[in-house]
Design a binder for this molecule. Structure first.
Ligand SMILES: Cc1cc2nc3c(=O)[nH]c(=O)nc-3n(C[C@H](O)[C@H](O)[C@H](O)COP(=O)(O)OP(=O)(O)OC[C@H]3O[C@@H](n4cnc5c(N)ncnc54)[C@H](O)[C@@H]3O)c2cc1C
Length: 407
């Protein structure tokens, strides 16, 4: 490891691998510092088609396409006996309409291995412990006792949230705290009409703020999880149940999941995450920029996390490659504002989901097909398509379509 770089990237998740590959392509001398040895477990397995464009740009797409991940072409929703689906090819935005459902341990390793093949320098099992900024750049202290100097620091540390912690940038999310219980299962689903090419999002029959994901993989296994307020998921009557039983308890309350998962082998310990929504006071500073989950994370309901992480990586690489070459960049105009346009669009539909207006739109029998194509674009990850009113005027658009759904 040298002691001087243009850029240090903290973390080798999707945002770190995409950003480092794009910086390397732009001729920037960068190094990625990753705490874990890969493969390592991370939740967040359902991609959105917009990701494919960024994977192509980073030179990763061919490897992802040929790896054998589960092909994905849409999202299905169930609530009691109701079932609706969005085929991502029926969207208003141009571009990819299909993508993949991925075990993140494999996916994240594949991406960073591709970056390494392209020439990116990566150090695993090395933790960034501190970062000190000065006029000339940053001094990064590692857990192996070494320090490295860089002109610029990119924080892609996910929930590690290295710079938000060091620089006191944490701020509460505007979203109510929620938690999730989740695991991987050998699903043994035999139902002939079950569509493994779509994520299944299921609303709890009684508590509409509680929902489940079922994300099939290509090897007969699924990721399954429940999300809701701790008040409901950890209600007093369930307090004595171990996490595994708690997850099963909720899953088997949903009629469609009960039917699909009646032969499932629950063979993996259940994990939990509490208060997963995060926010920061600012997305960048003079010599740093925050990507993906190290900046803001909304909610898993529309699988937007990896898409936002990759889009932030793409925008950041464009800005930072100019900065380290001495060009003037206005990070507010070229990074924060464009990134937040899409995040705010996703936020409208996440909030609408929990306020139930967006659930009313999804489960309505009174479908508006033009609106559905525009909503489908957002669900496919095209949240930065400014030709879509459901992006640029998301609050108004959701209110209008929710009113129509109720007619
Ligand atoms: C319950 C739940 C379900 C989700 N489901 C989905 C989904 O279906 N689809 C989707 O797109 N998203 C989903 N997400 C979101 C998704 O997991 C994240 O948005 C995504 O992983 C963010 O990528 P990232 O590159 O920012 O961070 P990460 O993937 O978390 O990578 C960060 C990396 O930084 C490393 N790191 C941390 N601290 C340090 C340090 N000090 N030094 C060095 N390295 C460090 C970590 O080891 C890690 O490898 C879900 C999230 C939750 C909570």
């Amino acid at each position: 490891m040298d002691s001087n770089y243009d850029v240090v990237v903290i973390g080798a998740g999707p945002s770190g691998s995409v950003c480092s590959a794009l910086l390397h392509k732009a001729g920037v001398k960068c190094v990625v510092i990753e705490k874990e040895e890969f493969p390592r477990f991370v939740i967040g397995e359902s991609l959105l088609p917009y990701c494919n464009h960024i994977l192509e740009e980073a030179g990763f797409f061919e490897a992802v396409k040929t790896h054998g991940f589960q092909y994905k072409n849409g999202a299905a929703f169930s609530w009691g006996n109701e079932y609706r689906y969005f085929d991502f090819c029926d969207k208003s935005s141009k571009g990819w309409g299909t993508t993949y459902q991925v075990q993140r341990a494999d996916f994240d390793k594949l991406l960073i291995d591709e970056a390494i093949k392209q020439g990116v320098e990566v150090h695993f099992k090395t933790t960034v412990e501190n970062v000190e900024f000065s006029e000339n750049g940053a001094k990064i202290s590692l857990d192996n006792g070494k320090t490295i100097n860089a002109k610029f620091v990119i924080d892609a540390s996910g929930y590690g949230r290295v710079l938000p912690r060091i620089l006191d940038l944490e701020t509460p999310s505007c979203l109510v705290p929620r938690k999730a219980y989740f695991t991987h299962i050998q699903d043994n689903i035999t139902e002939i009409l079950y569509d493994r090419k779509k994520i299944l999002i299921t609303t709890h029959p009684v508590h509409r703020g509680v929902w489940f994901w079922l994300i099939p993989f290509s090897n007969g296994r699924c990721s399954v999880g429940v999300v809701g307020s701790a008040e409901i998921l950890d209600a007093r009557t369930l307090a004595d149940l171990p996490n595994d039983e708690k997850l099963k308890h909720f899953v088997y309350e949903a009629p469609m999941l009960k039917r699909l998962l009646n032969n499932t082998a629950w063979d993996t310990p259940v994990r939990t995450i509490n208060s997963y929504s995060k926010d920061v006071k600012k997305l960048y500073g003079d010599k740093f920029i925050l990507l993906g989950n190290a900046s803001e994370f909304l909610d898993p309901v529309f699988s937007s996390g990896v898409t936002i992480a990759m889009h932030s990586a793409k925008l950041a690489s464009q800005c930072v490659s100019k900065i380290v070459k001495g060009q003037n960049v206005n990070l507010e105009e070229e990074y924060a504002k464009p990134l937040m346009g899409g995040i705010n669009a996703f936020r409208t539909y996440v909030q609408g989901w929990y306020e139930e207006t967006f659930q009313d739109v999804i489960y309505t029998k009174n479908e508006n097909f033009d609106a559905k194509r525009q909503i489908c674009s957002i669900l496919a990850g095209y949240a930065w398509d400014t030709s879509n009113n459901f992006v640029t005027r998301s609050d108004e658009a959701l209110a209008a379509v929710a009113k129509y759904a109720k007619m």
